[in-house]
Ligand binder design. Structure first.
Ligand SMILES: Nc1ncnc2c1ncn2[C@@H]1O[C@H](COP(=O)(O)OP(=O)(O)O)[C@@H](O)[C@H]1O
Ligand SMILES: [Mg+2]
Length: 352
């Protein structure tokens, strides 16, 4: 393998090379992942077949070819297979080498499918900080609350008057309610008990649990890649994380009919935080509900962010921290009619 090839293979940016007829000559793995195609299928196809129906994109390529001037286009929509649309920024560089026909080098940078993709190290650190802060506060409130509850109980025993006991009952009842909330704010506080598992054990458990909870209007589908290698993980923690996401999807669908799909795949070359993984398991939880309210989109994984009147806003923040404990990441993309939460879990630990 030449070193240029090595760089291209491992580059995070999607890089494609087109000939003067705008047929694809070459693409790197990051492009394969972004466009959801394999090099074998894609090389040789015209740009119109590769990303159908985006006139702007083709016009920009043609223009760069005609003028031989590099250009940058922002927020181009690419329509991929299965009605999937992504938004990219793109840099087009015409290459001319002596008398050889010109070629176009195209770099694509995905603009987070409407949502900020939480891939950066900094965001992961922010999530952790906000969770630590919340746990600290919950802990501080929890202790005196225990004291209050205990004192109310003692007082109750001393009271002969039934009417007065109603008051102590209120104190005890409300203290219990608060303690319940605090327990959830504290979240899972045990370290993961990791063992070698198949990710489908996790998905099957979530499927069974949610299948039992779901109203008849909601269909839950499974779409698995059975060849995913085993991974080292705490199954209970992953079940909790996936369950939080699927329950949100059920709540988003409400009384309307809808479909939730649990899908498993592998993905090559994926960066989480500042670590690049050769292979990750990719679990998508897809629903066809109304989508995440735009006002929440940037803060979704922070604790106490909720769009529901009776929500606590803890579900996604806990799910994210559970997956982080497995060196993984949860991402989300959402528009009306399609919301996808994606768990990415590194797969290379087993033989270390
Ligand atoms: N699949 C989804 N579709 C639409 N909105 C969602 C979805 N998942 C999460 N949300 C939004 O994100 C918010 C935060 O979710 P979460 O952290 O689990 O807290 P909670 O469920 O307690 O509100 C939800 O209140 C909801 O507004
Ligand atoms: Mg929730």
């Amino acid at each position: 393998m030449t070193s240029e090839h090595h760089i291209l293979e491992n580059l995070n940016t999607a890089v494609l090379l087109f000939d003067e007829q705008l047929c694809l000559k070459q693409l790197n793995p990051a492009s394969e992942a972004m466009l959801a195609v394999s090099a074998r299928q894609a090389v040789g196809s015209a740009v119109k077949e590769l990303v159908p129906a985006d006139a702007d994109f083709v016009a920009a390529l043609q223009h760069a070819l005609d003028t031989e001037e590099p250009r940058t286009e922002r927020e181009i929509q690419l329509h991929l297979a299965h009605m999937h649309t992504i938004i990219v920024d793109c840099t087009i560089t015409p290459l001319r080498d002596g008398s050889r026909p010109p070629e176009l080098l195209v770099e694509l940078f995905q603009r987070d499918r409407h949502l900020r993709i939480a891939r950066e190290e900094q965001l992961l650190a922010q999530y952790n900080t906000s969770r630590t802060l919340l746990r600290g506060i919950a802990h501080e409130i929890n202790n005196p609350l225990g004291g209050l509850r205990g004192a109310a109980q003692l007082l109750e025993q001393e009271l002969d008057d039934e009417a007065l006991r109603e008051y102590t009952n209120v104190i005890i009842g409300e203290a219990d309610r608060l303690q319940n909330l605090l327990r959830r704010m504290l979240g899972p506080n045990t370290l993961p008990h990791k063992k070698v598992i198949n990710i489908h054990e996790v998905l099957e458990r979530v499927y069974a649990l949610t299948q039992a909870e779901a109203p008849p209007e909601i269909t839950i589908k499974r779409n698995y890649d059975p060849s995913i290698p085993e991974l080292v993980a705490d199954p209970e923690q992953l079940i909790q994380a996936v369950l939080n996401i699927v329950r949100n999807a059920m709540q988003a669908l409400g009384d309307n009919s809808g479909t939730i799909t649990l899908r498993s795949r592998t993905q090559r070359q994926f960066t989480i935080g500042n670590h690049r993984h050769k292979l990750v398991a990719r679990i998508d939880i897809i629903d066809d509900g109304p989508g995440i309210p735009p006002s929440l989109r940037d803060q979704l994984f922070y604790p106490m962010v909720t769009g529901r009147a009776d929500g606590t806003g803890l579900g996604l923040s806990i799910a994210q921290s559970l997956v982080n404990q497995h060196d993984g990441l949860i991402e989300c993309s959402s528009q009306a009619g399609e919301t996808v939460f994606t768990l990415l879990l590194p797969l290379e630990k087993i033989d270390e």
